[in-house]
Design a protein around this ligand. Structure first.
Ligand code: ADP
Ligand code: MG
Length: 676
């Protein structure tokens, strides 16, 4: 028997169990061995009945009497009196009449279960029972609890694994032995043995540490190797021209923040190199990333190369095109906009201009990725709100150049350091940790739906003062099954009663692109006071005169989503407000309390990571595939240990060749996370 042996070769696996296991992804002995328990329960201490205390307990006893009685349809209770030399107690099982047969033998058994107060007396509830003369699997030890999959019982998994014990005891090491030694880790075989057959809780800790380290080491080594490969690529070297940059800055209507200046400088230095840049520009909502991209595009154009900027929505692409037109036209730079709504002749002409190089800066949605879009000389690629795009899409865009273009990914979802190292390990990072001067912190308040009237008064006052308002609902249309607000009915309601005297617009994802454009235009140019919208305005939308963000059914949104939505206001010198209307007058959730308390996107991202886990936050497709079983990306200490070892290891290129299993895992991660 080896790791590749099909699972049905294990004693006790018939065709039904085989099917269940394999539909849970367990097809080989190796799969089963690495099906780690989700938790452990300590039943290892055998106590005398006289000493038993409430809680989990194991006793060694004989069964004195046992009987089963039906209670009602579908429920039979088996009760037994168990005795050791110190005393007696009662055990109960629901719907396990076979216990009668099992326990009548007069032999001694281990019983492990919860000793608890039920029906007016203390009892051992539903204990598992095994002959003392057999080697116990289900009792008298620290019991592994397995994720229940496809109706497979945890007891069955334990039994099957006990058949594999001899194999586990001789599993070969997969990490380089000197790393195991330096990091004071237990061997792979010891670790896996301890996961399934632990002797102590401390053993399990050591086992988890070892297995988590290995997963992180593989992931981090992959990004080290990707980094090395990127460094071998040839890109365009774009010389820094001080006059160009100074000219751009002098024509701005505001002063760049020092964070913006530092980031721009880091980028411009990268562009001078022959190796293509891979940089992530992280800045909280409203920190002014667009103008940084504009400044760099100006430098790139001056070197005779094109820039492509990809945004996740049409609304955002259109807005960027306008902003950048204003910024870049004074320098004679030609800006083009390519979205799904550019059609027919206009589209054909734009294609031609892009290919001939007569358009310098092309802004667009996914439309940019189409094979028909060919660039003359693409030198710089900007991916705005990069977490909205997958690795594939980034790669497609980067492929549109004969040399690898410089890449700048921008995100307003701050990435906790641990994630930045692991998942985005091959990116250099610039951070805008400063908002433009004169911004006042947004005041955020959770609002009970019962006191909506006061809320509307506040809003009316803001509109009187010349400001604008967003009202966000999660649904487009009403759903008869729930009370959740929809933009359509909210729009009608506000327009017909409370805000009759105001100009209101409606925006949602099912509208036609030119309708969306039209509403957005009217809101941006202050022909509307209120915009009732779904989360299509969640990212990027920039209308600085708006100061109120009202979110209906706020408890239905995620933390980072709420932070993004809130980021639509607070973009000018005026005081801004964010009102989170709870669905019910019940106590607000932890999420809402956190967002009410803090304006700091980095802090909120850490909280979000803890509350939801990385998969939920950073897109299932990419991070679900990371397939981390033991490691959590919140474990910063272990990550930095694995990081230093991976760096050392990657220095010697022949290292990986010696470790086949490691190499396979690393190559998998390399393909998954690479940018090129
Ligand atoms: P984000 O980082 O969220 O993408 P934007 O690039 O949309 O932010 O910028 C937010 C707003 O701040 C825009 O209206 C922009 O013109 C303005 N802005 C950017 N930088 C500055 C600055 N240094 N001083 C004042 N306003 C700025
Ligand atoms: Mg933006």
């Amino acid at each position: 028997m080896n790791l590749l042996t099909p699972i049905d070769k294990i004693k006790g696996v018939g065709s039904k169990i085989n099917e269940q296991l394999s539909s849970a992804g367990i097809k080989t002995v190796g799969d089963l061995i690495s099906f780690y328990p989700r938790a452990h329960e300590d039943f290892s201490r055998v106590v005398d009945i006289a000493d038993i205390r409430p809680g989990k307990a194991t006793i060694k006893a004989k069964c004195e009497s046992i009987s089963t009685r039906p209670v009602r349809r579908g429920l039979r209770i088996t009760t037994a009196t168990l005795a050791d030399k110190t005393g007696k107690l009662q055990a109960v099982w629901f719907n396990q009449p076979y216990r009668e047969k099992q326990l009548k033998t007069g032999e001694e058994f281990y019983f492990s279960g919860e000793f608890e107060f039920n029906y007016n007396r203390y009892q051992l509830s539903g204990p598992s029972a095994e002959l003392v003369s057999d080697m116990p699997i289900q009792t008298d030890r620290i019991l592994p609890i397995y994720r229940s999959v496809k109706g497979l019982k945890t007891t069955l998994i334990r039994k099957l694994l006990s058949e594999l014990r001899p194999l586990i005891s001789i599993l070969p090491e997969t990490l380089p032995p000197d790393i195991v030694k330096r990091e004071n880790l237990v061997s792979r075989s010891q670790a896996i043995m301890a996961m399934h057959f632990p002797d102590s809780m401390a053993d399990i800790e050591k086992a988890r540490e070892r297995l988590a380290f290995e997963e992180l080491f593989q992931l981090l080594l992959a990004s080290q190797l990707n980094r090395q490969e990127n460094a071998k690529l040839i890109g365009w070297s774009i010389p820094f021209e001080q006059s160009v940059v100074a000219d751009f800055v002098s024509k701005l209507s505001f002063k760049l923040t020092s964070a913006q200046r530092v980031a721009a400088w880091e980028i411009i230095q990268d562009l001078e190199q022959k190796t293509p840049m891979n940089r992530l520009l992280q800045g909280d909502v409203g920190s002014g990333k667009t103008v940084v991209a504009g400044l760099v595009a100006c430098q790139v154009t001056s070197a005779g190369l094109q820039t492509a900027i990809m945004a996740p929505t049409e609304i955002l692409a259109t807005q960027h095109a306008e902003t950048l037109c204003k910024l870049l036209q004074p320098f004679g730079i030609k800006v083009g906009l390519l979205t799904g709504s550019v059609k027919g002749l206009a589209r054909k002409m734009l294609y031609e201009q892009i290919e001939k190089g007569t358009v310098d800066v092309v802004i667009g949605t996914h439309a940019l990725l189409q094979p028909t879009v060919k660039f003359h000389k693409l030198g710089f690629v900007v991916i705005d709100e990069q977490h909205r795009f997958g690795v594939k899409q980034r790669q497609l865009l980067l492929e549109k150049s004969q040399f690898m273009p410089h890449m700048l990914a921008m995100t307003a979802t701050p990435i906790p350091r641990s994630l930045a190292l692991t998942v985005y390990g091959e990116l250099d990072i610039s951070i805008l940790n400063e908002l433009p001067a004169g911004r006042k912190p947004i005041l955020t308040k959770i609002w009970s739906p019962n006191s909506r009237a006061q809320l509307y008064e506040k809003i009316d006052t803001e509109i009187d003062a010349g400001r604008q308002v967003y009202v966000i609902c999660s649904l487009i249309e009403d759903n008869p099954d729930n009370e959740i607000k929809s933009v359509q009915s909210e729009f009608v309601k506000l327009q017909n009663s409370i805000f009759k005297h105001r100009r209101i617009g409606l925006l949602h994802g099912k509208m036609k692109p030119d309708e969306k454009d039209d509403v957005m235009q009217r809101f941006a140019s202050h022909q509307l006071d209120i915009l009732v919208s779904t989360t299509v305005v969640e990212v990027g939308v920039d209308v600085p005169n708006s100061t109120v963000m009202l979110i209906e059914n706020a408890d239905r949104f995620g933390l980072s989503q709420l932070h993004q939505l809130r980021g639509r206001v607070g973009r000018s010198i005026h005081q801004s407000y964010c009102y989170l209307v709870n669905s019910t007058s019940a106590k607000p959730t932890k999420r809402l309390l956190e967002i009410e308390k803090s304006n700091d996107g980095f802090y909120l991202a850490e909280v979000d990571l803890k509350l939801r886990g990385p998969g939920e936050i950073y897109g299932r497709a990419q991070h679900g595939a990371l397939n981390l079983q033991i490691a959590t990306l919140a474990d910063t200490k272990l990550i930095s240990r694995a990081q230093s070892q991976a760096k050392l290891f990657a220095l010697v290129s022949k290292n990986l060749i010696q470790y086949k299993q490691l190499a396979a895992a690393v190559h998998y991660y390399q393909r998954l996370t690479t940018l090129n």
